[in-house]
Design a protein around this ligand. Structure first.
Ligand code: NAD
Length: 252
């Protein structure tokens, strides 16, 4: 494949460029907001303000984006203007952004995932099964990430919460302080930020003198880069549409 990578000097951008090269793909376009003559794995990083022109010249199979919500939307707009499929791994979008991304899916093939680890697909299914099987059990979700993560709770935590809420009515309670007795229906949500933890999600169900915990831990960013590249390959040649990583995992 021939790829474009945004946020190319970020943690994930670097990981994606290196993983793409290991797989024998060409990184034809790599951009960042303020590149100062940098290179990543031998690839020259260009200013993101030139993205649309670069995409129109290089005819890439897909653009892979791990940046921030505002920049991600502007990069997807450049994809739509140049008919370039987009793989979006950025998190932290609000509801309006999400609607805009879905709308872009009517113009180009667009695949979005808050988590490109295959194990998180299995975790989500296991959480759905456990919550359905254990009605009335207390549910608490805890996620842990490195100390530079900007959004909280994580995009993956929000998707797990949506899965939990498909199987029970309850209100989310983000942390607790002071007099804060637990209601029967609340779903506790806890976001920890420390060190360089890549990403951990745990859903705990407890009642009846027993505790069930379901956990996923990413041990390297390589797992996300691999999933994003699998998604880019899967997206190549697809019709326009809005896709998720579940579509990829269900197929490959
Ligand atoms: P990072 O801070 O290391 O890198 C972000 C990159 O995006 C940087 O190069 C930065 O310059 C650029 N950027 C950020 N905001 C920008 C803006 N407003 N305009 C232009 N460029 C901008 O972050 P990271 O750890 O690489 O994570 C990036 C995103 O990917 C976050 O939203 C994170 O939650 C998400 N993420 C998703 C997955 C997944 O599997 N979907 C996995 C890891 C991280």
């Amino acid at each position: 494949m021939k790829l474009a990578v945004t946020g190319a000097t970020g943690r994930m951008g670097r990981e994606v460029i290196e993983a793409a090269q290991e797989r024998g793909h060409e990184v034809a376009v790599a951009v960042n907001r303020d590149p100062a003559g940098e290179t990543v794995a031998g690839v020259e990083i260009k200013p993101a303000s030139n993205l649309e022109v670069l995409l129109s010249k290089r005819d890439v199979n897909a653009l892979v984006d791990f940046t921030g919500p505002a920049s991600s939307l502007s990069y997807v707009a450049a994809c739509a203007a140049t008919d370039t499929p987009a793989v979006v791994g950025t998190t932290g979008f609000d509801e309006g952004d999400e609607a805009a991304l879905r709308e872009y899916g009517t113009e180009i093939p667009l695949l979005r995932a808050a988590n490109f680890a295959r194990g998180v697909q299995a975790l989500t299914q296991a959480v759905a099964d456990a919550v359905a099987a254990l009605p009335g059990y207390d549910v608490e979700l805890t996620e842990t990430h490195h100390n530079a993560k900007r959004d909280a709770p994580s995009g993956t935590a929000k998707e797990l919460l949506a899965t939990i809420e498909e199987h029970r009515d309850g209100e989310r309670v983000h942390g607790r302080e002071g007099e804060a007795p637990r209601s029967e229906t609340e779903i506790g949500v806890h976001a920890r930020r420390a060190g360089d933890v890549t990403g951990e999600h745990e859903v705990m169900l407890a009642d009846n003198h027993e505790v069930v915990t379901l956990t996923h831990r990413a041990e390297s960013r390589g797992v996300f880069a691999a999933g994003a590249l699998d998604a880019a390959a899967w997206l190549t040649g697809r019709d326009r549409g809005y896709y998720t990583f579940a579509d990829v995992v269900g197929d490959t």
